[in-house]
Design a protein around this ligand. Structure first.
Ligand code: NAD
Length: 495
């Protein structure tokens, strides 16, 4: 499809990416083994539409074998001291760092993301392992003491056991790292199912760390969510299942997990409001939305997708935002200066285009962008939808693409009420130069992370996770270690 304005075109790299592919098979018990099925899934480069390779379409039997390996490994891994587990996590970080280019190229080829995003993903994955290595040695609980007469209480922090992990496609290695590092740091073993679309960096990680991690501590099974993910969720020997994904998948995981009363850790979707008050630095806010709304092509659960701007500055702000977004460079991986790459898949590209068709059908104004860009590859123009009325579908549906909407409000109370009118509760931002507002408004917003005069800045030491439909459970920070541990109280009668 050719755009009317051709404001955006796709920059292409001179040479095709040549990623180092992982071995074929399921990673079970410390080695790659054949799947019980000969069926495979094509893994596609969404920026070129070329098939990169195939991976096994895993089965219930594959999951059962991987869980058995994780069960067999759990006692020895749990018995290790925090220092010894920490040493393994540090080694994993070092291996990723030593193979940084391998991971960056493979991630970019499998997701179509720009090099800058792939680089950031890999750096953050390394940092996640290093942080968890330290945090795992610094657990704290109530001190051993007498809390009942003549009885001394001791609290043990124990691993939960075997953890099932299900990851999405938007940050494949990073989302795996966000789980693997605290899950292992807390002394659990795991079976991880990557997204069926983006398993390559997770499999590459398994290949490169195989000799450093005891067999069975990490197991990877590729395949569809409804088979592999569902089996992990219902498996009686899996003690906790953690998923990062959409609300619908989270609901299915929680329902399947209920049968065995296992713990569930959910990091689900988002639709982050960006509340811009009249006293805000409008240029900074527009630049903030450019970077935080379009990072990873807007395929980001905390993306700054829904601007609520005070009516008195709406025109000025929209003008600044449209100027910023018009300057975005779209490019295939391997081009140095691309800000956004392709959508992850044909199916997702079609979903985002269908959402843009709805916007047009609703009679809304597309101030910039709004269309597909010439292929090959699943590229969509960075888009701003302006003058959006309260309650329009675009204000509540997670599009998960390069699309930002702008609506207005007239009072602080209205801004807060409308920002909270969403099923999601993952992240939000507030833009103001008024110190009282900067202190009161974040407290009234129902989101797990609220930035003030910023958006999408992540710190490994700080918890990440949502409220309401965005799920429960925390990634990053020492709270993630809490989520993957259990406490046991032992009370000694000294009488
Ligand atoms: P998705 O829900 O389609 O898939 C996520 C994972 O769940 C995949 O591995 C998939 O195979 C698996 N799955 C699907 N159905 C399943 C089932 N019935 N049982 C078990 N597993 C199943 O999500 P996606 O499209 O890969 O990722 C995008 C979504 O993830 C967005 O909604 C986004 O907001 C969310 N996300 C959230 C965070 C966060 O930190 N909260 C981070 C990244 C992405």
């Amino acid at each position: 499809m050719t755009t009317e304005t051709a404001l955006f075109t796709v920059r292409r790299a001179e040479a095709a990416l040549t990623p180092a592919l992982p071995p074929f098979g399921q990673f079970i018990g410390g080695t790659f083994v054949p799947s019980s099925s000969s069926e495979t899934v094509d893994i596609v480069n969404p920026a070129t539409e070329e098939v990169l390779t195939q991976v096994p379409a895993g089965t219930v039997e594959d999951v059962d074998a991987a869980v058995a390996a994780a069960v067999a490994a759990k006692e020895a891994w749990a018995a290790k001291t925090p220092r010894d587990r920490s040493a393994v996590l540090l080694k994993i970080a070092d291996i990723i760092e030593a193979n940084r280019e391998v991971f960056e190229t493979l991630e970019a080829a499998n997701t179509g993301k720009p090099s800058a995003v792939a680089e950031d993903d890999i750096s953050s994955a390394i940092d996640t392992f290093r942080f968890s290595a330290g945090a795992a040695r610094a657990y704290s609980t109530l001190g051993a003491d007498d809390y009942a007469e003549n009885h001394t209480s001791v609290i043990h922090r124990e691993p939960v056991g075997v953890v099932g992990v299900i990851t999405p496609w938007n940050y494949p290695l990073l989302m795996a790292a966000w789980k693997i590092a605290p899950v292992l740091g807390a002394g659990n073993t795991l079976v991880l199912k990557p997204s069926e679309q983006t398993p390559l960096t997770t499999l590459k990680l398994a290949e490169l760390i195989a000799s450093e991690v005891p067999a069975g501590v990490i197991n990877i099974v590729t395949g569809p969510g409804r088979v592999v993910g569902n089996r992990l969720s219902e498996h009686p020997d899996v003690d906790l299942v953690a998923i990062t994904g959409s609300v619908g998948s989270g609901q299915k995981v929680a329902a399947a997990a209920a049968g065995s009363v296992k713990r569930v850790h959910l990091e689900l979707g988002g639709k982050a409001p960006v509340v811009v008050f009249a006293d805000a630095d409008l240029e900074a806010a527009a630049k903030g939305v450019r970077s935080a709304g379009f990072w990873n092509g807007g395929q980001e659960c905390g993306a700054a997708t829904r601007v609520l701007v005070h009516e008195s500055v709406a025109e000025k702000f929209t003008e600044l935002l449209v100027r910023e977004i018009s300057e975005i460079t779209v490019g295939a991986p391997g081009t140095d200066d691309a800000e956004i790459g392709s959508m992850i898949s044909k199916a997702h590209y079609e979903r985002v285009l269908a959402a843009l068709d709805e916007v047009r059908k609703d009679g809304l104004t597309i101030a910039v962008g709004g269309r597909a860009i010439d292929g090959p590859g699943y590229f969509i123009e960075p888009t701003v939808v302006s003058n959006v009325p309260a309650g329009a579908a675009i204000t509540s549906n997670e599009i998960f693409g390069p699309v930002v909407s702008v609506e207005t409000f007239s009072t602080d109370e209205e801004a807060i009420t409308r920002a909270n009118e969403t099923i999601y509760g993952l992240a939000a931002s507030v833009w103001t130069r008024d110190s009282a507002r900067s202190l009161t408004v974040p407290r009234k917003l129902d989101f797990g992370t609220v930035w003030v005069n910023s958006h999408l800045v992540i710190a490994t030491e700080m918890p990440w996770g949502g409220f309401k439909g965005s799920g429960y459970g925390r990634d990053l920070s020492s709270y993630a270690l809490d989520d993957f541990s259990r406490t046991k109280h032992v009370m000694y009668n000294r009488g």
